[in-house]
Design a protein around this ligand. Structure first.
Ligand code: ZN
Length: 281
């Protein structure tokens, strides 16, 4: 009966000291529904190794996939959005910002950094969808503009990784102005003959597609990414016609001439390095 008695005293672990499996160590692939262990995801650049589905990741993961040894210097890390319109929807915009910053650990829907890809200098600005749907507010626009200034000043190619639901409604016209501002800055980059690569990831829509995401010297996308301006339902209701199969996927968009390449994330770094080398010569 000794089996059922705790004979050794003092092995009581307090709740705080109990080790639990951290959340999110197993994820289900949204496409094939197979379980993916976190270490497998990291190893495969966050691509499902069963079906090739590209999991939705943020700037932290993209930086780790692309920068040599995950080494980079973050640019303008402390920029935060104001609330110029004193906007309230279901809650105050100023409160929503603070809450989202706390929840995501991000300051806004974009991070910029300078580092190296395969030994070559690069400035990368990468959007984060977890921050209010990757919406393009004034901080997103301003960080892109300043990253481009940095690229021009130091003669370093610029890579933009887009992932966005479009304009940030809570900043209304201030948000829309970012389209003109970033496009104008990209024209200056082009005048300085510095390469601009645009990488469109799932999803890239709205004002982001209508400005900087489509202005690359090379526009590339990840497989299966949703790329469009208005959503399919709105278009269907407007034109009163059924939409073709695969509408607004990266593959469809490429077939219709808006993208140069679709690149698997596992080959992304090597491809980008090759583009950079090619454009330098
Ligand atoms: Zn899968």
């Amino acid at each position: 009966m000794a089996w059922f008695k705790r004979e050794i005293k003092g092995i009581i672990t307090t709740t705080e000291e109990k080790k639990e499996t951290p959340d999110g160590i197993w994820n289900k692939c949204p496409q094939c529904k197979k379980p993916l262990h976190y270490s497998e995801q990291v190893e495969n650049q966050y691509v499902c190794h069963y079906c090739g589905f590209h999991l939705r990741i943020g700037s932290k993961e993209y930086f780790s996939v692309l920068f040599d040894d995950n080494e980079f210097t973050e640019l303008f890390p402390n920029m935060v959005s104001g609330d110029p319109l004193n906007f309230t929807d279901t809650k105050k915009y100023s409160e929503r910002l603070v809450e989202t910053q706390f929840k995501t650990g991000l300051k806004d829907a974009i991070r910029a950094a300078v580092g190296k890809i395969d030994g070559q200098d690069i400035v990368i600005a990468c959007m984060d969808f977890t921050f209010i749907g990757g919406s393009m507010g004034s901080v997103v626009g301003e960080k892109i503009a300043r990253s481009i200034d940095y690229s021009i000043e130091h003669n370093i190619p610029f890579l933009m990784i887009s992932k966005s639901g479009g304009a940030r409604m809570m900043e209304a016209a201030f948000s829309l102005m970012q389209m003109a501002k970033t496009s104008a800055k990209l024209a200056l980059l082009s005048q300085a003959k510095i390469p601009y690569i645009s990488l469109l990831t799932d999803p890239t829509t709205g004002g982001v597609t209508a400005s900087y995401a489509m202005l690359g010297d090379i526009n590339i996308a990840e497989p299966g990414a949703l790329i469009g301006f208005a959503g399919p339902r709105v278009i269907k209701e407007t034109i009163k016609k059924d939409l073709p199969k695969g509408f607004q996927t990266a593959e469809f968009v490429q077939e219709h001439g808006f993208l140069d390449f679709i690149v698997d994330r596992r080959e992304m770094k090597a491809e980008l390095a090759a583009f950079l080398r090619m454009m330098k010569n």
